[in-house]
Design a protein around this ligand. Structure first.
Ligand code: COA
Length: 160
């Protein structure tokens, strides 16, 4: 049975991470794989918080790196549930860099991920409905539904 709904705000996540030398290229810029790992992590925390279940990453849509993040700067990840279907949840993750000396922030990447809630046997299980309260949350939810339809069409086409 589908559980009661949960507002978007209840599962929103902000992760702050200081970039250290072992996470960077020889030029001192963070490795793309580190950003992707942190994006997955921030998205998973939001999915856990929303569903209060174990979750798996079913997919990560394309990710574009708009600006580099330098060693010694902060990587800030903001994750939010955009849409819940039945067992799957689309989470949007936005990545920012922050110069800790000046406080200047830059949007450096964004990604959409789909997580699936699992029951105690590791099988997909319904997640609570998402309650979108603001106009912006409803807009994100509509966009996420369109992306989900496109994603499922793509998966179907690949299987043919
Ligand atoms: C994700 C997974 C649980 C889906 O299992 P499945 O047998 O296809 O289950 P279902 O067909 O019931 O799909 C479950 C949900 O996932 C969604 N889904 C499945 N594959 C998907 C994909 N590639 N992208 C987005 N959503 C997907 C389905 O649409 C469905 O959503 P809904 O219940 O909200 O309608 C399974 O494929 C899996 O375990 N994959 C490996 C996950 C993994 O190891 N991740 C990386 C490390 S954590």
């Amino acid at each position: 049975m589908k559980k009661k709904g949960k507002p978007v705000k209840k599962s929103q996540v902000e992760v702050n991470h200081l970039i250290l030398p072992h996470e960077t290229t020889p030029r001192g810029y963070v490795l793309g794989g580190i950003v992707m790992q942190m994006v997955d992590m921030a998205g998973a925390i939001a999915a856990h918080r929303h569903s209060r279940r174990m979750v798996v990453t079913a997919s990560m849509d394309r990710i574009d790196f708009l600006h580099p993040i330098k060693v010694g700067h902060l990587m800030i990840l903001k994750a939010s549930v955009n849409y819940v279907s039945r067992t799957s949840m689309e989470i949007g993750v936005k990545v920012f860099s922050e110069n800790i000396l000046t406080g200047r922030q830059q949007h450096t990447a964004s990604a959409y991920l789909t997580f699936v809630a699992l029951d105690d046997n590791g099988m997909p299980t319904p997640a609570p409905k998402l309650i979108s309260k603001t106009r912006e949350e409803r807009r994100r939810s509509r966009k996420a539904q369109m992306r989900r339809r496109a994603r499922l069409r793509e998966i179907k086409a690949k299987r043919r």
